[in-house]
Design a protein around this ligand. Structure first.
Ligand code: ZN
Ligand code: ZN
Length: 113
């Protein structure tokens, strides 16, 4: 489960509260026609939107491409990905109002590696 804490070392107030804008990195399998992959594992890391400076956030829409190997993400492949939205109520995992874009999409294990 998510620790509900912002990952940034510089965050002045690391608790992620309901309704705050956040970046969430998670792991899941991509299925065609679903904008958000399924959660095969769990939330990997979360930040306040303003605290996130790790990688450039380039929005992607279906069909997604791996930012590492540039190959298209095939049906059922396991990926890491980020979504941006607002922190949901306690007990819910996926951010709300997250729109139609994914960020930082990459294979958990790129094909051919
Ligand atoms: Zn923060
Ligand atoms: Zn890849």
């Amino acid at each position: 489960m998510s620790a509900d804490k912002c990952r940034s070392d510089d965050c002045p107030n690391p608790v992620l509260r309901q309704g705050q804008r956040m970046v969430q990195v998670a792991r899941g399998r991509c299925f065609k026609r679903n904008i958000t992959p399924t959660y095969s594992d769990e939330v990997v890391e979360e930040w306040h939107e303003g605290c996130y400076h790790e990688f450039p956030l380039r929005p992607q829409r279906i069909p997604y491409k791996c930012e590492e190997c540039r190959a298209p993400i095939e049906h059922g492949e396991e990926t890491f990905y980020a979504v941006i939205g607002t922190k949901p109520a306690t007990g819910y995992i996926r951010p709300e109002a997250r729109g139609y874009e994914l960020y930082l999409v990459r294979h958990v294990k790129c094909p051919g590696k």
